[in-house]
Design a protein around this ligand. Structure first.
Ligand SMILES: [Zn+2]
Length: 411
């Protein structure tokens, strides 16, 4: 279990037997966080920011340096006297691996100790069962070349659906057809290091909190459109996870008695507007023989469905646009409902559907802003994801770094 630094500092635990050790751990993590946030910083500035005494900072930084977690990186300008030596995290201390398990593929990204991406790979998956997926992840990892590969510090894995991060379980991933899969245990045993699982859209949102504009807004909603439709909430600058099933906007009802959804309900947004639904709607309405024929070979995988949509846009623009006009309407309804319910100041749209943004997105946003309650829609900053695909996996690494390096674990 992980508890926040601030909470821990004020807790009664400080008075117990292990308080000395706890204080050391707290101070270590506080200093690591300060170095991380400032990239390069001297000891006196660390003392000023953290409120720790210069002697404590000297002692702890010496210990962190001995462990290889930080290093000296030149010196700053002097304001009289000796030039202060700058410290930074040591990128080569080890590496982290982030994984996104998608439908038909796994995406792996390795970062250095600071979270900087070093190498990424996507490997196709034929089977969806957890054992096969883990074995493909392993063979995909075997093909990585980074020099810190033998110092794997932890694995973050991002999976669609309802995830119990505390217990390391994927509770219900309808897209993967997984139920109560102990993915953390499976990965820890295979890779002999600690692992963490989180919902894939939360992971995506987390990467935007670290790298994108989401960090400049306190209340944000992230919506991902593509093979599935997902959402994540950022409230007061933090991802809101509750019981692990927050932000499942793909399963809000948009059509009464509509198409059957993978979740078992009917008329969910995902059932009506996932890539599979768009492909099916085009195949049902097109008069183009080739497109009808091609539908038979479409598999339930991102690559296969995107390829069909690209093909439809080229060969039967009319049928394609009709379906995407309806898509704009459905997405617009969902965005409107989100704005009315949560009044976010920032709404980020991501996902594979952005490839077709020009065919639906402006209309969807316009519908949402025009139809939202009062003037709620006018204040929302809309942005589309301009980071790369690897961000789906990166967020889980950032969560891992945050918990492993900056928080004290409650033993
Ligand atoms: Zn559903």
């Amino acid at each position: 279990m992980i508890v926040s630094l601030v909470k821990k500092e004020s807790s009664d635990a400080m008075n117990t037997k292990g308080s000395k050790h706890l204080i050391k751990e707290l101070n270590e993590k506080l200093i690591l966080r300060t170095i991380h946030e400032n990239l390069r910083i001297d000891r006196a500035s660390i003392a000023k920011i953290t409120g720790l005494s210069p002697a404590t900072v000297t002692k702890i930084t010496a210990s962190l340096m001995k462990q290889g977690m930080i290093r000296e990186v030149g010196s700053a300008e002097s304001s009289g006297g000796r030039r202060p030596v700058l410290l930074s995290l040591n990128p080569s201390f080890g590496c982290f691996l982030g994984i996104k398990i998608g439908v038909g593929y796994v995406e792996l990204v390795a970062t250095d100790f600071t979270g900087k991406p070093l190498e990424r790979k996507q490997c196709e998956t034929e089977e969806n069962d957890p054992k096969s997926i883990v074995s493909i992840i392993k063979s995909c990892w075997n093909s990585f070349h980074i020099h810190t590969k033998d110092r794997l510090l932890g694995i973050g894995v991002a999976v669609s659906g309802v995830v119990d991060s505390e217990r390391g379980l994927v509770k219900d991933s309808f897209l993967l057809k997984w139920r109560d899969v102990p993915i953390v245990e499976m990965l820890s045993k295979t890779f002999h290091c600690e692992a963490l699982v989180m919902n894939d859209v939360d992971s995506f949102a987390m990467s935007h909190l670290w790298l994108g504009n989401a960090r400049n807004h306190s209340n944000a909603v992230v919506v991902t459109l593509g093979v599935g439709i997902g959402g994540a909430l950022i409230i007061n600058g933090k991802i809101h996870t509750a019981k692990g099933g927050v932000g499942e906007i793909g399963h809000m009802t948009v059509v009464q008695d509509g198409a059957l959804c993978t979740c078992g309900s009917r008329g969910c947004l995902e059932a009506e507007a996932s890539f599979a639904a768009l492909v099916r709607k085009i195949a049902n309405t097109t008069t183009h023989k080739g497109l009808k024929e091609l539908y038979k070979s479409v598999r339930q995988s991102e690559r296969s469905e995107i390829e069909y949509l690209r093909n439809a846009k080229r060969t039967d623009r009319k049928a394609f646009q009709r379906v995407f006009d309806e898509y704009a309407q459905l997405v617009g309804i969902a965005l409107k409902n989100i704005i009315n319910t949560l009044a976010p100041d920032y709404l980020l749209i991501g996902g594979e559907a952005l490839e077709f943004a020009e065919d639906f997105l402006d209309n969807a946003i316009q519908f949402a802003v025009k139809n939202s309650f009062g003037r709620l829609g006018e204040g929302v900053v809309f942005e589309v994801d301009d980071l790369n695909q690897e961000n789906w996996a990166l967020g889980s690494i950032y969560k891992l770094i945050d918990e492993k390096l900056f928080r004290v674990s409650q033993k």
